[in-house]
Design a protein around this ligand. Sequence first.
Ligand code: ATP
Length: 202
Amino acid sequence: MHFRRLRLAGFKSFVEPTELRIEPGLTGVVGPNGCGKSNLLEAIRWVMGEGSAKSLRGGGMEDVIFAGTAMRPSREFADVTLVLDNEDRGAPAGFNDSDTIEVQRRIERGLGSAYRLNGRDVRQRDVQLLFADAATGAHSPALVSQGRIGAIIAAKPVERRQLLEEAAGISGLHVRRREAEIRLRAADANLQRLDDVLRGLE
Ligand code: ATP
């Protein structure tokens, strides 16, 4: 699944609507210190469902919204859209009829985050599962932030297993298994209640 375009508005230093085309092959981002190179990678992690503000170098999630400068007022929302290539129909069922998948996340001050997949409102979990099934995601070891290389080299066996599981594209199965277990427990509790009611009627 290739990333085709990244659109940002009000995200960190990208206050004006900005669209970047991501061509096939290797992409390099160059620029002077502080120009926003890391912010671009963080925008990709954020739109993939990153839930930790700390890992985006912020204290709270609203810190991703343009905070203003001496010359420009702050913004009330941040919006990031990642356009994925689906020409090979590699995405899960539900996207079989579209050549691209647009994943959008928007945060408004005081209102929190909302997600959309091809314009349809979805849960954060749906977005995270989409990327987990494609063997990537906000916590993918393929996204190596500054200073993280040492941590990956020194990873414990359990952490290394997570890397392999993600590369094999089975991380999404763990999430689904946890959700299925929760539903099973709820169904079990309902059955027990039903048994109690039936016994009361006998
Ligand atoms: P370096 O090469 O030094 O690693 P970089 O190009 O990766 O730098 P970033 O770290 O992506 O740069 O961007 C830092 C800039 O983003 C700083 O100027 C900072 O003020 C700005 N910035 C971060 N968050 C916000 C925000 N919420 N609102 C406005 N500007 C922000």
